[in-house]
Design a protein around this ligand. Structure first.
Ligand code: ADP
Ligand code: MG
Length: 224
């Protein structure tokens, strides 16, 4: 009976997701249809062409992010040093941080054991959380990245950005929930999903106008 319930719960989540996806894609499609009609007779072809192009790009972005969820490429579990993974990810994002007057401060515990994880997926998670932090600091700020060893590994991303109002906090991670003009509202959901597949957890602590802390916990022993 329990299995049945889990099954039906899964179905309803899939149903919700399907409805949300259909809605998200129908919006740009409706707009493409409308502007294509206008394009035929208008002498403002450049403007309409750009709009259509942007809407197509939006659909493409949504589908790319969704595919990473729908088709979790066969997980490739390897031994990895989370600090090295973070070094790699931050080196990719350093230039962007500099450009936005964001200082990245790293504080890693000295002795952190390697853990078994899908490094590519974990990289994607770190990139998502760092990007969210940077996007919350449109006027610059600092991003502290900590790795703490307890009986588990804690990875904490603390920004000095806009913070998150309490009424919004519970919506984060719902598919397509975004407060950004060009957001997809998928990053957090996908990241949380990946961490939970690693038997970990994600927590957010935030204060408006002070900043946000996203804490990832990964267990030391993993059986999968
Ligand atoms: P997206 O970044 O495309 O909007 P996400 O799923 O990554 O989608 O995030 C959902 C929402 O959560 C964001 O639109 C933003 O409102 C909020 N959020 C996530 N991380 C932070 C953060 N570090 N600071 C402030 N708001 C955040
Ligand atoms: Mg995001």
């Amino acid at each position: 009976a329990e299995e049945l319930m889990i099954q039906s719960e899964k179905l309803s989540i899939a149903g919700q997701l399907a409805a949300a996806i259909a809605h998200e894609i129908r919006n740009p499609l409706t707009s493409i249809k409308g502007f294509l009609k206008l394009l035929q007779y208008s002498n403002e072809k450049d403007l309409y062409y750009d709009i259509v192009h942007n809407e197509i790009n939006r659909i493409e972005l949504i589908l790319t992010e969704l595919l990473s969820l729908a088709k979790p490429q066969k997980s490739k579990m390897i031994q990895c040093d989370i600090r090295k993974t973070l070094e790699h990810v931050t080196s990719l994002l350093e230039a962007e941080a500099n450009m936005n007057s964001i200082e990245i401060i790293k504080k890693f515990d000295l002795e952190v054991p390697v853990i078994l994880c899908d490094e590519n997926q974990i990289k994607q998670v770190f990139i998502n959380f760092i990007k969210n932090a940077m996007e919350a600091m449109s006027n610059g700020g600092s991003l502290k990245i900590e790795v703490l060893l307890d009986d588990k590994i804690f990875i904490r991303f603390t920004d000095t950005g806009s913070g998150i109002p309490e009424e919004i906090l519970s919506k984060i991670g719902q598919p397509f929930y975004t407060t950004k003009e060009n957001g997809t509202g998928l990053g957090f959901m996908i990241s949380k999903n990946i961490i939970e597949n690693h038997n970990g957890t994600v927590k957010i602590i935030s204060e408006v106008n002070k900043g946000t802390s996203v804490e990832v916990m990964l267990p030391l022993i993993q059986v999968q």
